[in-house]
Design a protein. Structure first.
Ligand code: ATP
Length: 271
């Protein structure tokens, strides 16, 4: 992927099959992102205007970014990503300029998926009339984003996805009709989801016959997808530490890895 000043444009190579669990969510994203791009004629025939924005929220490490990439790939759309925190940290005016430029690039490269990570930094809640009368960086970024999104009416083949771990910190203006019309919660994986995630991240590993991924899924309550990916890598490293010429990764290596790792989630985050 080519990276230019905070914008990443790539033809994403993540597929739906690289994401474990979340069946329902994948189906909703297929309909919201893939269909309007792949079946634009059907939408036109029935006079349906596709949604412009999808907001994904949920705890970190549970595949919000990966879902956005998979949706772009499935739609054969270009993928542009911007980090809210990065935009926020730029010099006065630079963040807005980058935001506008990215929308412009996405229009030229359409069909495109534009992904905003840490969206709460781009569109923080406005606290009605600040006393100094100064417009804050967040307010300027937000109004630029709203202008650009409202302008998408004329453009076709551009869908904006945004992700946040803090949906309550997002300005309500973003959720008005015509903007982020679809709000989807991306939950942490349950035992079945964890089983699928473990399968995915061991697909390319040489596993000993004693490895029981089902049992490992049961024993990784509160692990995120990212945690599980780390667990698989760590099991592989344990095998190599034991013997750099190891032929496979065995159950004992997964046990060692499990004992050395703590889950990222807490009970209060999943209930
Ligand atoms: P953040 O909020 O921290 O940006 P995120 O929700 O966007 O996190 P991702 O960046 O998509 O999460 O996921 C982090 C890593 O965890 C990815 O490399 C991905 O491979 C892995 N992962 C997370 N969830 C899953 C899943 N359901 N299936 C397979 N891999 C997953």
């Amino acid at each position: 992927p080519s990276i230019t000043r905070g914008v990443t444009k790539e033809l994403s190579i993540v597929t739906w099959d690289d994401i474990g669990g979340l069946k329902d969510l994948k189906r909703k994203l297929q309909q919201a992102v893939e269909w309007p791009i792949k079946h634009a004629n059907s939408f036109a025939r029935l006079g349906i205007s596709p949604i412009r924005g999808v907001l994904l929220h949920g705890p970190p490490g549970c595949s919000k970014t990966t879902l956005a990439k998979a949706a772009a790939h499935a739609a054969q759309a270009s993928f542009f990503s911007l980090s809210g925190a990065e935009l926020y940290s730029k010099y006065v005016g630079e963040g807005e300029a980058l935001l506008r430029r990215t929308f412009q690039k996405a229009r030229l490269a359409a069909p495109s998926v534009l992904f905003f990570d840490e969206a709460d930094a781009i569109a923080p809640k406005r606290h009605g009339g600040n006393s100094s009368g100064n417009v804050t960086v967040g307010e300027r970024l937000l109004s630029t984003l709203l202008t650009e999104m409202d302008g998408l009416e004329l453009a076709t083949g551009i869908i904006v996805l945004a992700a946040t771990n803090r949906p309550h910190a997002i300005d309500a203006a973003l959720l008005r009709p015509g903007r982020f019309d679809l709000v989807l919660y991306v939950p942490p994986p349950d035992a079945e989801g964890r089983r699928e995630i473990l399968r995915i991240h061991t697909r390319k590993m040489k596993l000993g016959t004693d490895v029981d991924l089902d049992l490992m899924a049961e024993r990784t309550d509160l692990f995120t997808g990212a945690d599980l990916q780390g667990l698989c890598r760590e099991a592989g490293m344990a095998a190599l530490r034991e013997d750099i010429a190891a032929d496979a990764v065995y159950d004992r290596h997964f046990q060692i890895a499990r004992a050395s790792l703590r889950p990222s989630l807490t009970r209060s985050m999943v209930e």
